[in-house]
Design a protein around this ligand. Structure first.
Ligand code: ADP
Length: 192
């Protein structure tokens, strides 16, 4: 079971790269943002609980996310390999992930961190808000999500650096160029 985490601020292209990488590895792509948007559409309990937080650009409480992801990770399809996109988003989530993987006799193999300058992120996010109309892509919510990223998610970079798991990827350039770097990092890890 190969377990990877893709870290990156809003607008870094994390979702696009995660989909390509999961495909390349034949691993399950677990995007918590996508899952939550689907739960809202399906009007599930989790969807109801998550909606207001997401609309405001805040994190959904970890107590909800942790159980959900833990259950997903123990499903049979994930035993081949999985790529987490959007989780963990805080140190408490990262600790819960370590614990869950440990309980499954697995461990986190590699963390890929996409870095993109703030001005470029803002430009991409505003462009996306015009094109896709995602309800949490309004200027006020975008700015809130950047703040949340900086205070709560960015500390994960040093958390994983200290564990020797972090591999930094330059997120500027075309999706194909970024993916080439990601592939190189993963192939090096797998010794292909
Ligand atoms: P982005 O990376 O562009 O902010 P995502 O689709 O990954 O977008 O996430 C959208 C929203 O879903 C987040 O702003 C947050 O409210 C919620 N969310 C996703 N993953 C998590 C998580 N692991 N913990 C808490 N909230 C989450």
């Amino acid at each position: 079971m190969i377990v990877l985490v893709l870290l990156g601020p809003p607008g870094s292209g994390k979702g696009t790269q995660a989909a390509k990488l999961a495909d390349y590895l034949g691993a399950v792509h677990i995007s918590t943002g996508e899952i939550l948007r689907q739960e809202i559409k399906d009007a599930t309990d989790l969807g109801h609980q998550a909606a207001a937080y997401m609309e405001n650009g805040q994190l959904v409480p970890s107590s909800l996310m942790i159980n959900f992801v833990a259950e997903r990770l123990s499903e049979p399809d994930c035993q081949v390999g999985c790529l987490l996109d959007g989780f963990p988003r805080s140190v408490d989530q990262a600790q819960a992930l370590d614990q869950q993987l440990g309980a499954q006799g697995a461990k986190l193999d590699l963390v890929l961190s996409l870095s993109v300058p703030r001005e470029e992120l803002e430009r991409r996010m505003l462009e996306r808000s015009r094109k896709e109309g995602r309800s949490d892509d309004t200027p006020a919510t975008i700015s809130k999500r950047f703040d949340v990223y900086q205070t709560t998610t960015e500390p994960l970079i040093s958390y994983y650096q200290e564990k020797g798991l972090l591999h930094s990827i330059d997120g500027m350039g075309s999706p194909d160029e970024v993916f080439r770097q990601i592939k190189a990092a993963v192939d090096q890890f797998r010794n292909v």
